[in-house]
Design a protein around this ligand. Structure first.
Ligand code: B4P
Length: 192
């Protein structure tokens, strides 16, 4: 099995690239952001729990997020592997993911981070906000809060995998196809 974490700040293009990579390499794409938005749209108890955090640009608590992720992985026993998009976002989530995979005799092959400057992120998300209807895309102060949350709570996840020599960085600037080309080359190197 091949398991890759697509990592990076909000709006760095994780979701955009994960869809293309999952198709190219036959992996199952799991986006925790998409899962939460689906729950919110259907007004489920999980969606109600996530809503307040997401609308303020904060992280949803680990216990909620880890449980949801476990259920999603369990729902795909046939998978050849997974692309994790937006998960893990804290070191506690990373430890829980490693533990869950170890119980199945699996591991993370690599974490691949998209490197994009803050101002480009703000511009991209504000642009998406014109059509996405997402409250966390429409307010610049909330977008900047998401970037701060990334730096303080999520960036340490990079170091966690870097200490195990499993972290890589790719430039996330350029056209979507150019970035896909860079990721494609790296995927071919890290997949078993
Ligand atoms: P996510 O849904 O993960 O949202 P994101 O970080 O905004 O998206 P992404 O990086 O995937 O960017 P995208 O491809 O869409 O998280 C939202 C919220 O959910 C979090 O703030 C948190 O509250 C909660 N959450 C999710 N996971 C969690 C977890 N594990 N723990 C706790 N809470 C969690 O690209 C962005 C835009 O840029 C798009 O409009 C795209 O078209 C554009 N774009 C992409 N590539 C481009 C390029 N090369 N050039 C120009 N524009 C580009």
């Amino acid at each position: 099995m091949n398991n890759v974490i697509l990592f990076g700040p909000p709006g760095s293009g994780k979701g955009t690239q994960a869809v293309k990579l999952a198709e190219a390499f036959g992996l199952v794409h799991i986006s925790t952001g998409d899962l939460f938005r689906h729950e919110m749209k259907n007004n489920t108890p999980l969606g109600q729990k996530a809503k307040d955090y997401m609308e303020k640009g904060q992280l949803v608590p680990d216990e909620v997020t880890i449980g949801m992720l476990n259920n999603k992985v369990e729902a795909h026993p046939e998978a050849k592997g997974f692309i994790f998009d937006g998960f893990p976002r804290t070191v506690a989530q990373a430890e829980a993911l490693d533990q869950m995979l170890a119980q199945k005799g699996q591991k993370i092959n690599a974490l691949i981070a998209l490197d994009v400057p803050d101002e480009e992120i703000v511009n991209r998300i504000l642009l998406r906000g014109k059509t996405s209807g997402r409250p966390d895309d429409n307010d610049e102060s909330i977008i900047r809060n998401r970037i701060e949350v990334y730096k303080s709570q999520t960036q340490p996840v990079y170091d966690y995998y870097d200490d195990q020599c499993r972290a890589h960085t790719v430039l996330g600037l350029g056209s979507i196809d150019e970035i896909f080309g860079r990721l494609n080359t790296l995927f071919e190197e890290v997949l078993a």
